[in-house]
Design a protein around this ligand. Structure first.
Ligand code: AMP
Ligand code: MN
Ligand code: MN
Length: 360
């Protein structure tokens, strides 16, 4: 795990009480009591006058939707609010419309020492990428997340690994803050929820009730979901033809459960958005003969971001963590350098380790 012990050490060098009039209660750094942690996060945010909200690198709808929902509420209450992420430089096109108040700023506009920092959907400090250093320079760090592997790198950590999306954690916080939901806020929450639950297929009965509440607040489900999950430029089809044509199935891999993989090179992705590249795994993972699917996405020559998916039996978070990454049981990822074949070889080995009979 990427736990930096100094971050949870009450004697760590920075003094949260010195900034922005915000004080962090003693002993609340990693309480593990969700209601108490939520109350503490609400207390800090309701008095903060300057709040920086950060999503993880290569942000998805859960990360940015969560940040923009909370950001919009705090902005309306009069705080100076900025929402950002470490990389890439561009905001994903499909997420821009969520930012109705113009809260998104480039990473370069994030203060060197933000008084109050909120990290959303970010399972470890490293997932903030080039903005990771702000965790140690910020006055107060609030973590809102749903990754089971989150080490609790904030002063206040609201981490609910039973929540299907960070957007649900944010909604609970908005309820504690007494916010009345309206369409722009509900839409941000819905965007995170619909994507992380794969259109509510991985959603509890209670979460369906939350969805009903969001619809009642005015969300147009199809109008939100289609651009996020179901719409690509025509060039996508040509990219898929090439990439899927090279996909390989290894029936004996992953402890005999089957492993399918595909590679998206920079050349394959030229002229397309990250959204097209990110969605390839959703097709590869439909392979019935494979429990585990992987897509290697080329970031730079010899540098890869890898998406892992499992159907039900293999914990791909364990696999990703063996390779320095993280995620959830059925959806995880890691970054790696080298040739694609080398990355696949280490992935195969990690899969065998996790699926070895003694481990079951
Ligand atoms: P993705 O395949 O990029 O959609 O990522 C699936 C999940 O894996 C994300 O929700 C993250 O929780 C996690 N994840 C992806 N990449 C990494 C990484 N490099 N390090 C840690 N966790 C990751
Ligand atoms: Mn995410
Ligand atoms: Mn998420």
């Amino acid at each position: 795990m990427h736990n930096d012990p100094s971050l949870n050490d009450p004697s760590a060098p920075h003094d949260p009480s010195a900034s922005d009039g915000v004080r962090v209660s003693d002993g609340l750094r990693v309480s593990g009591d969700l209601s108490a942690d939520l109350a503490e996060a609400a207390r800090i945010l309701s008095t903060a006058t300057d709040v920086t909200l950060l999503a993880h690198v290569n942000p998805d709808a859960d990360a940015l939707g969560s940040a923009l929902a909370l950001g919009l509420v705090l902005h309306r209450r009069g705080a100076v609010v900025r929402v950002s992420f470490g990389a890439p430089a561009e905001v994903p096109e499909t997420l821009r419309d969520l930012d109705v108040a113009g809260l998104l700023v480039p990473a370069s506009a994030v203060p060197a020492a933000p008084p109050v920092l909120v990290a959303l959907d970010t399972g470890s400090v490293g997932r903030l990428g080039p903005l990771a250093d702000r965790v140690s320079t910020a006055g107060v760090v609030v973590v809102l997340d749903h990754h089971v592997s989150n080490p609790g790198f904030g002063h206040v950590n609201v981490v609910d690994d039973r929540a299907e999306a960070t957007a649900l954690v944010v909604l609970r916080l908005l309820d504690v803050l007494g916010v009345e939901l309206d369409e722009p806020v509900a839409r941000c929450v819905y965007a995170g929820l619909v994507t992380d639950t794969r259109s509510f297929r991985h959603a509890s009965a209670t979460t369906h009730e939350v969805a009903a509440r969001l619809l009642a607040a005015g969300v147009d489900a199809e109008a939100v979901a289609r651009p996020l999950m179901d719409s690509h430029p025509f060039g996508y089809l040509g990219m898929l033809a090439k990439v899927l044509g090279r996909a390989r199935l290894e029936r004996d891999a992953a402890g005999g459960l089957g492993f399918v993989h595909a590679v998206v090179t920079l050349e394959d992705a030229a002229g397309l958005r990250p959204e097209e590249v990110e969605s390839v795994v959703d097709l590869v993972r439909t392979t019935a003969e494979a429990e585990v699917a992987a897509v290697l996405k080329e970031l730079r020559p010899s540098s890869w971001s890898v998406s892992l998916r499992a159907v039900s039996a293999v914990d791909v978070r364990e696999v990703a963590q063996l390779l320095g990454g993280g995620g959830h049981r059925l959806a995880a990822g890691f970054t790696a350098s080298g040739e694609a074949d080398e990355v696949l070889a280490s992935l195969r080995a990690a899969l065998e380790t996790v699926t070895a009979p003694s481990e079951r």
